[in-house]
Write a protein that binds this ligand. Structure first.
Ligand SMILES: [Zn+2]
Length: 482
């Protein structure tokens, strides 16, 4: 079965056919950096990451772009509240965002463009829309003329007549039509501003994504992702802007991630059930959080609760223990091999061998069915369930080791897509080790410069006592574990 994706645009599951042979151009609406990302945002970014990884595993060359909205009213408000510069708030939360996505085991997108670095492209796109008759300037601001775009509402299924009658009376005199939305905001005192053909101002939110998507991926993209709350108006407006500017259909597949509730209620600061991704990461391992997200289809609503996470944590501990035991068994195969007769075939291993083929097919089938991670994960758990019994068998022969090695490789392959095990731990520790040694040796050389011999020797002797010897050379100080 080949890949099918539920497309919000057609409201149906469609076979996935990329615009260009085996290349996939993918875009996800990133964060607005006025705060740390919350656990609902994290779901969007983790699930986008899983989609990207599965496409890569399937053999596609994926070009993945995620923007950072670093011009926004909320950033200005946050800067004023904290008494910081606008740029300081941006810097703070942009860095925090990178930390958080790395903490969640998300692979870095190929490009992470920021609005502040694309103001020229945005201005050019607005100018194109004005020239093509889809936008108009009014008192230093520029608005998109919704009445000019015939397809408005095609993504959200909203009709312009209903939107107009349903909308509150818009008192904005500068707009021709209440549905028109701002592309360029004339500057207000004390706000960050850029020069433009229409005077000083700053871009509106919707145009940013259109301009950056077009700039980094071209006029058309294969998959455009985002939270379900972005369907209207953000994505509807992105379509209106991009298609009016290029005269071509914009995104082929629109993928939307479901809402995340906390303890069955909408997450909100006022209810006190607002969870930042980084706070959840302090309580649970990233793999546990990823499994928790993947246990539900990406488009379904998901309920966050401490209890749900604890359950996943318990299951994850079993996975980890079984995997560690498997690695141990494979490492020890020399001493274990041969203790069974070479022609003995244990029924458990014979079954595992045939199950592996079936699970692999079922895993792919699940992921091909609109990235059904819940069904795919159940294959992972089935495999671990079988392994749990087998890895305690003491006597193994070459056939057993061969089957266990296959299981091991299968786990690695699935883990590359879903990220349910952290296999980079030893490397992480040795890197930290080096960093700590770097800090110590820098400190020691500073002490030597100051002729604080007693203290610098104390560091050398202390390290020696725990088995690390250091040597001072003309090129600097080196160290080695004795
Ligand atoms: Zn966007």
């Amino acid at each position: 079965m080949s890949l099918k994706i539920h497309n919000t645009l057609s409201r149906s599951k469609e076979p996935f056919v990329p615009l260009k042979d085996n290349e996939v151009l993918m875009y996800t609406c990133g964060p607005t950096v006025y705060n740390f990302i919350h656990i609902g945002n994290a779901r969007t970014f983790v699930m986008s990451d899983v989609i990207r990884r599965y496409l890569e595993y399937s053999g596609y060359r994926v070009k993945y772009v995620m923007n950072i909205t670093d011009i926004d009213d909320r950033i200005i408000a946050e800067a004023n509240k904290k008494g910081l510069e606008f740029a300081e708030v941006n810097q703070l939360y942009t860095e925090a965002f990178f930390e958080d996505i790395a903490g969640m085991g998300i692979k870095m997108p190929d490009a992470v463009p920021r609005v502040t670095e694309h103001v020229d492209e945005i201005i050019n796109m607005i100018q194109t829309l004005i020239l093509k008759g889809f936008a108009y300037e009014s008192e230093g601001s520029v608005y998109y003329d919704v009445s000019k775009f015939k397809g408005y509402g095609k993504l959200s299924g909203k009709k312009t007549e209903d939107l107009i009658s349903g909308s509150r009376v818009d008192v904005d005199e500068r707009k021709k039509n209440p549905l028109d939305f701002v592309l360029w905001k004339a500057s207000k005192p004390g706000e960050p501003e850029w020069d433009s053909l229409w005077g000083k101002g700053r871009p509106g939110w919707h145009i940013e994504c259109s301009a950056m998507c077009l700039h980094h991926l071209g006029d058309r993209v294969d998959i455009h992702c985002g939270g379900a709350d972005l369907v209207f108006p953000h994505h509807e407006n992105e379509i209106a802007q991009s298609e009016a500017a290029t005269g071509q259909p914009f995104a082929k597949y629109w993928v939307h991630f479901g809402f995340l509730n906390v303890d069955n209620e909408k997450m909100s600061k006022s209810l006190g059930n607002f969870w930042l991704a980084r706070d959840v990461l302090k309580r649970f391992r990233p793999e546990v959080i990823r499994i928790f997200f993947m246990q539900k289809h990406y488009a379904s609503p998901l309920n966050y609760s401490e209890e749900n996470l604890r359950d996943v944590e318990t299951a994850h501990k079993r996975l980890e223990a079984t995997f560690n035991r498997l690695v141990q068994v494979l490492d020890l195969k020399e001493s274990l091999g041969g203790s069974l007769g070479t022609d003995t075939i244990l029924p458990e291993l014979e079954k595992l061998s045939s199950d592996l083929d079936r699970w692999q097919a079922e895993f792919n089938e699940a992921m091909n069915d609109d990235f059904n991670t819940a069904a795919a994960l159940s294959k992972v758990f089935e495999l671990f369930g079988s392994l749990g019994k087998i890895v305690s068998i003491k006597k193994l022969n070459d056939f057993s080791v061969y089957v266990l090695k296959r299981a091991h490789d299968q786990i690695l392959e699935w883990n590359e897509i879903l990220g349910f095990l952290n296999l980079s731990k030893p490397e992480g520790i040795s890197k930290k080790y080096e960093q700590i040694m770097g800090v110590l040796l820098d400190l020691r050389s500073e002490l030597r410069k100051r002729k604080e011999w007693a203290l610098s020797d104390q560091i050398r002797d202390g390290l020696l006592a725990i088995g690390i010897s250091i040597e001072d050379t003309p090129e600097g100080t080196t160290w080695k574990i004795k």
